[in-house]
Write a protein that binds this ligand. Structure first.
Ligand code: CO8
Length: 271
């Protein structure tokens, strides 16, 4: 892999997209590299939270520009046939589905352009944080295409149908981080130079909880949101029950009940 880099810091993995000659645009190869990166992180048993972020470069005018992902690769898509378009849509959806259902929470640290396939990628993450320079939008219809990687589905589920349709129909690519915050597309906005520190703090806070319980929460929320409440509550009950097979449940409750004030800080074992 050359354009997607994985770094591990304690119990957190950082997946960084570094394809800035095309503003991190996602081609078939880039989607494959992203998938490979998540497969690699999936094998790291002691990684309990993941941060997905973009990168920066100095452009031709000498200005530093930052991009999470500026969309799918328009150059590659420009000559696609119907069959190739469908295959590209399926491939990209498979990768976003993998991220959405990754066993650990994934935080998108959105450091700049977050357009089209980039916004779709961010929406497949569990939590989105944005830097104050970030720009959002679904510009697809301005290119003669529909979103193909969850934009017509996850956006409406996340921010409501009316606002989603505004983004999807207008093709505007200039919704600011504050706009994204107001519409519920991102959880928090930070100055660019604080974004990764804040993402790391949040990731470490999540990684310090019982990892199996966190994974079960993710499954219960994701699956439950796509089913009726009664079935979802049964799923939640099953997830809750499964926790009692873990050492971490016994440890976590014993830690709470231990009245010794000098006890060591809590440290779960992912067992
Ligand atoms: N695809 C290919 N190349 C891109 C893309 C892209 N999405 N975005 C930027 N680039 C390239 C530019 O062509 C340029 O290349 P070069 O240096 O060779 O001329 C380089 O990146 C730098 O870009 P700019 O010179 O344009 O830089 P600016 O700072 O002036 O502007 C922008 C940056 C605003 C991001 C601008 O490049 C832009 O508008 N990009 C396109 C944004 C867009 O429309 N994205 C949506 C694409 S469609 C999509 O994502 C569909 C998703 C479908 C799901 C997946 C498959 C089904």
């Amino acid at each position: 892999m050359t354009d997607v880099v994985v770094e591990k810091k304690g119990h957190v993995a950082i997946v960084k997209i570094e394809h800035m000659k095309a503003m991190n645009a996602l081609s078939t190869d880039m989607y494959a590299q992203l998938e490979e990166a998540f497969d690699e992180v999936g094998k790291m048993d002691d990684v309990y939270c993941v941060i997905l972020t973009g990168s920066s470069t100095v452009n031709k005018k000498g200005k530093t520009v930052n991009s999470f992902v500026a969309g799918a690769d328009i150059a590659q898509m420009s000559t696609m046939t119907v069959a190739e378009g469908k295959a590209f849509g399926n491939d990209s959806n498979r990768v976003c589905w993998k991220i959405e259902n990754f066993k650990r929470p994934v935080i998108a640290a959105i450091n700049g352009f977050c357009l089209g396939g980039g916004c779709e990628l961010a929406m497949s993450c569990d939590i989105r944080l944005a830097s104050d320079n970030a720009l959002f939008g679904q510009p697809e219809v301005g290119l003669g295409i529909t979103p193909g990687c969850g934009g017509t589905q996850r956006l409406a589920r996340l921010i409501g149908m009316g606002k989603a349709k505004e983004l999807l129909y207008t093709a505007r690519g200039n919704y600011t981080a504050q706009d994204a915050l107001a519409m519920g597309l991102v959880n928090y906005v930070y100055p660019l130079d604080q974004l990764m520190d804040e993402a790391m703090k949040l990731a470490e806070e999540i990684a310090a909880q019982a990892p199996i319980a966190v994974s079960l929460v993710k499954e219960a929320v994701n699956v439950g949101m796509q089913t009726d409440l009664n079935s979802a509550l049964k799923l939640e009950g099953n997830c809750f029950g499964e926790c009692f097979a873990t050492e971490d449940q016994k440890y976590g409750m014993a830690w709470f009940l231990d009245k010794n004030r000098d006890k060591p800080a809590k440290e779960f074992k992912n067992k």
